[in-house]
Design a protein around this ligand. Sequence first.
Ligand code: NI
Ligand code: MN
Length: 226
Amino acid sequence: MNLRYLGHASIYTEINGCKILFDPFITPNELASHIDVEKLEVDYIFVSHGHEDHVADVKSIALRTGAKIVSNFEITTWFENQGCENVHPMNIGGNWNFDFGKVKYVNAVHSSTLPDGSSGGNPGGFVFETSQGNFYYAGDTALTMDMKLIPMQTKLDFAILPIGDNFTMGVEDAILASHFVEVDKVLAMHFDTFGFIKVDHKQAIDKFKEANIELRILEVGEETTF
Ligand code: NI
Ligand code: MN
């Protein structure tokens, strides 16, 4: 499976011919100024929670492309009320078979208020089970024992975890999370965008290596294959 890092928590991938985007926060992200949002072709936008740094470009991309917005009920309803008609509401613990594979919306320990102060429901992450590979997109979350439930049902090939600390897990907790979900390959997200979440890349990669986990930290726009 090929993934493209679009900065912060924004990840793009194609699975079984479907173009999938997570948590687009591109136009406000100075580190992603070379990414042209208008050129992104998208079939599905997965939204982990309601914070601005995860929803900023959802509406414009959805309205331009007709992409389906998948998130919790509160967030999909918020976008529906703004004219985004193609939505799929989920809630924590629920599975759905999309045309590219199965997705479970799992809990995250975080908050989820939308940019205008509306309730964004409870924050979440996504477990993808597809014929091209299985992975966990954690969203913004603390380390939580509930992560141990994931490998009881899904053998993951890799995980996409926040490592920036302060608002989410930092490196040490992300290493424990990797053990909890039983992966030895991790794609880093939610680092460097703001002053609070700057990460020493080499130190992070070395710490993961000591725990026998490969941490990949990409440049904005860079691709990797798992
Ligand atoms: Ni957040
Ligand atoms: Mn965030």
